[in-house]
Design a protein around this ligand. Structure first.
Ligand code: FES
Length: 390
């Protein structure tokens, strides 16, 4: 059932688009902050290495390149002098928030001849899941954000708990860590989250693709293993959880017999799945956990963890108790801190992969193929995609 032999030493050159995407893949929407954090006060973010100023005006969020074309001062150091605009703090160049057009130059008078001759680059902005999302592309129109969000989050009522945390390390290490098969069983064996979710020692796993997602399908789980000459290892050394009955393809069913109808309707082939541009989806029977690995630059990323429970009305109340009572601390906190640690200390390739790393290889291949397809499409439409393969 395993795909052929794994290649030996890897240096990422087999995946030129992936290798070139140190600062992220262009052509996608990325969550950058909570909606509640964005006010009329300009806020600077860095996304895919680009400095961007965000601001809210009359309820709508806007994003512009955060470098005044006059002398290079960040517009995020400025403020609003006129509705619907932002003014640079240095000489008062004033840009329209929606179009980026230079509307006024305060220090050159109302008839300033440069007005209308300069346009500041803008970014498309959307708000979903209580967060602000920014599209970074190569000049093409942004696709509707709902086409990029996990399908089940569009059109289904869900109560959501989330965490946004700036982290050190390349976003690709973070994504690979999230989808990495082996680390859940070994690195996380000491996490308190596992008081609730038992883990086998190892799995027999296949990776299957459905639509834009690739899934880890656990064909068989081994709860103990005898290592010749070394002894037995059972991954349950400091507490005892009964191995769950594998009642569906959704892993770690734990004590739950019922699968939430929205989750059941998705018929996920596997427990863990990943899609472009680095979105992890872990389906539990009653909720789904997502991780968005947002490239800040080549050395930093934003960890955005989202837990969605598909309930509505008064039934959402127990979720808040559960999320704020322990999930936030055990899962988005202590468990996730172990991942943060590994992403910080992982060294760049070369690397020597082993059997469970098939998940990494399939993710890189997905990223490569999707990017190749996008690059061809953009070129055909007359756009020049940034970051050509080396
Ligand atoms: Fe922005 Fe002069 S640098 S107005």
């Amino acid at each position: 059932r395993r795909a052929g032999k794994l290649p030996g030493r890897q240096d990422w050159s087999s995946w030129p688009h992936y290798q070139a995407a140190a600062a992220g893949f262009r052509g996608y929407w990325y969550p950058v902050c909570y909606s509640s954090q964005l006010t009329g006060k300009p806020k600077q973010i860095t996304l895919l290495g680009e400095k961007i100023v965000l601001i809210r005006d009359d309820g709508t969020a806007y994003a512009l390149k955060d470098r005044c074309p006059h002398r290079g001062v960040p517009l995020s150091e400025g403020n609003q002098q006129f509705p619907g605009t932002i003014s640079c703090p240095y000489h008062g160049w004033t840009f329209d928030l929606a179009t980026g057009e230079l509307k006024a130059v305060i220090t050159d008078g109302p008839e300033s001849p440069i007005c209308g001759k300069v346009t500041q680059p803008t970014y498309e902005v959307a708000e979903r899941l209580g967060m602000v999302w920014v599209f970074v592309g190569d000049g093409e129109d942004a696709p509707p954000i709902d086409e990029q969000l996990p399908e089940e989050l569009v059109g289904n009522a869900a109560v959501v708990g989330s965490r946004i945390q700036p982290r050190i390390g390349n976003w690709r290490f973070a994504c690979e860590n999230g989808y990495d098969e082996g680390h859940a069983k070994y690195l996380h064996r000491t996490s308190l989250w596992r008081l609730f979710k038992a883990m086998p020692v190892w799995n027999e796993t296949r990776i299957v693709q459905r639509g834009r997602w690739i899934y880890r399908v656990q064909d068989k789980q081994y709860w103990t293993a005898d290592f010749p000459g070394l002894g037995k290892w059972d991954n349950q050394s400091w507490f005892k959880l009964k191995p769950p009955k594998q009642t569906s393809n959704i892993g770690n069913t734990g004590s739950h017999r019922e699968v939430n109808p929205v989750i059941a309707a998705q018929e996920f082939p596997g427990f863990a799945s990943v899609s472009m541009p680095g979105v992890l989806r872990i389906a539990y029977p009653t909720f789904i956990h997502y991780e968005f690995y947002v490239p800040v630059d080549a050395e930093n990323h934003l960890y955005v963890g989202v837990m969605a429970d598909f309930r509505k009305g008064w039934r959402t109340l127990p979720f808040y108790l559960k999320y704020l009572g322990f999930v936030r601390w055990l899962f988005h906190g202590q468990f996730s801190a172990q991942d943060k640690w590994m992403v910080e200390v992982t060294d760049a390739p070369p690397e020597r992969l082993y059997r469970p790393d098939e998940s990494l290889l399939k993710w890189r291949k997905l990223a490569e193929d999707v990017t190749e397809e996008r690059t061809e499409r953009l070129k055909a439409d007359g756009f020049e995609p940034a970051g050509p393969p080396v």
